[in-house]
Design a protein around this ligand. Structure first.
Ligand code: GLA
Length: 387
């Protein structure tokens, strides 16, 4: 695989000033709760996006990546007119790194920073629900924060990534993915309160329990800048308004009976997913701490059922992956990420990983679905400087 450093050398003929990287993420539980001010429990994975950065002696920014070899170059001073209004002029992938530069420069003096060349290489699968976008944002934010000496902390860098995603890319997402990519730790997940942005690092203990986290990438591509994601978000806002609360986070399961009386069936089911999912995140963290990872399986299963039936963001491939993994002995399984495609996760005994993989492959073939991509991931460290 071409490395970021090799690509940088192809672009400039020189060695980079430094190399930074940031990971993709798997969300263990807590889906579509982040933009409702609720709770999430993701972890950073051992698939990363790297960026090799060099300084320029002009005030321009140029980006290139292994998945699109055509460099994109703009003046730093023009970022402000490009985003958000003229973002369509920029090829889609480049909106992520350029959007992060724009977001960081909104609170900085553009004349005080140097021009940069950025070359990206990634092994985070794109469109799989593993947040390749947060990985590119995290790598960019970390690199620019260092070389521009902005002194932002990790939460501020995650917020810059989210702003890029929302306004430069146009995907109305929450902050979970960027926080996971910035704050990840080996063998641990991040229990995040998306209202206060308080984050607790919680040991997962998968290895000690002889468990593996299996990812089943269905290959069904999704994009959160279109359609369903925004509609779900709007339904949640409608539900909160009807209930007279700032966000669905402010409702407890005991409020659902009243919610059902006040709203139409679809809005109610969207609300019920979010309210019960918040509770499942709290229960998962508590169960993990008290009883270990083998005890959380039923919560993963219940989360999937809620996304399939109430939030209606699953697809047949994801349901089949989850059902088959469970039938083949997984401790628990659910789709992960925004939905409408992407990946499912299954918590599986080390000894049964191969068996689960074969069962899912067979089931996909029998259903006439394209072959899934199945691999294991390890909870890993967040954004860092590598060289
Ligand atoms: C996407 C978004 C996140 C979050 C999830 C759903 O990954 O980027 O902010 O909303 O979907 O939990």
């Amino acid at each position: 695989m071409t490395t970021a450093t090799a690509l940088f050398h192809d672009l400039t003929g020189a060695a980079p000033h430094g190399v930074w990287s940031s990971p993709g993420r798997v969300n263990l539980i807590g889906e579509h709760t982040d933009y409702n001010d609720g709770f999430v429990f993701p972890f950073a994975i051992d698939h990363r996006t790297s960026v090799a950065l060099g300084l320029r002696d002009d005030a321009r920014i140029r980006v290139v990546s292994t998945f699109d070899p055509v460099p994109v170059e703009v003046a730093l001073a023009d970022l402000d007119t490009l985003f958000p209004a003229r973002r369509d002029e920029i090829v889609e992938w480049a909106r992520y790194p350029l959007g992060v530069a724009w977001a960081l420069l909104r609170d900085a003096d553009v004349d005080a920073v140097s021009g940069v060349d950025l070359a990206f290489a990634s092994d985070v699968p794109v469109g799989a629900g593993l947040s390749s976008s947060a990985a590119i944002e995290g790598a960019t934010a970390s690199a620019l924060n260092d070389v521009w000496q902005l002194g932002r902390d990790r939460v501020a860098l995650a917020q810059a990534g989210r702003l890029a995603e929302n306004d430069a890319v146009g995907a109305p997402t929450g902050i979970m993915d960027q926080m996971a990519s910035m704050l990840g730790r080996a063998d641990a997940a991040i229990f995040l309160d998306c209202r206060s942005l308080e984050a607790d690092v919680v040991d997962l203990g998968f290895a000690a329990a002889e468990l593996e986290l299996v990812v089943i990438d269905t290959g069904v591509k999704h994009a959160h800048s279109t359609g369903g994601y925004g509609e779900r978000r709007a339904a949640c806002e409608r539900g909160a308004e009807i209930m007279g609360v700032a966000a669905l986070r402010d409702l407890a399961p005991a409020d659902l009976a009243r919610a059902e009386e006040l709203m139409d069936d679809v809005t109610f089911r969207r609300v019920r997913h979010v309210v019960t999912e918040d509770q499942r995140v709290l229960d998962t963290v508590e169960t993990l701490r008290r009883e270990g990872p083998r005890a959380i399986g039923h919560l993963l299963d219940a989360s999937h059922a809620s996304m399939r039936d109430d939030f209606e963001i699953s697809v047949p491939e994801l349901d089949l992956a989850v059902d088959t993994a469970r039938a083949a002995g997984a401790v628990g399984a659910r789709m992960t990420g925004g939905g409408f495609g992407g990946a499912a996760i299954a918590l599986v005994d080390q000894a049964r990983v191969a068996e689960v993989g074969v069962a899912v492959e067979r089931a996909f073939a029998a259903a006439g679905f394209a072959a899934p991509h199945i691999f294991t991931v390890r909870p890993s460290e967040g954004a860092r400087r590598d060289a």
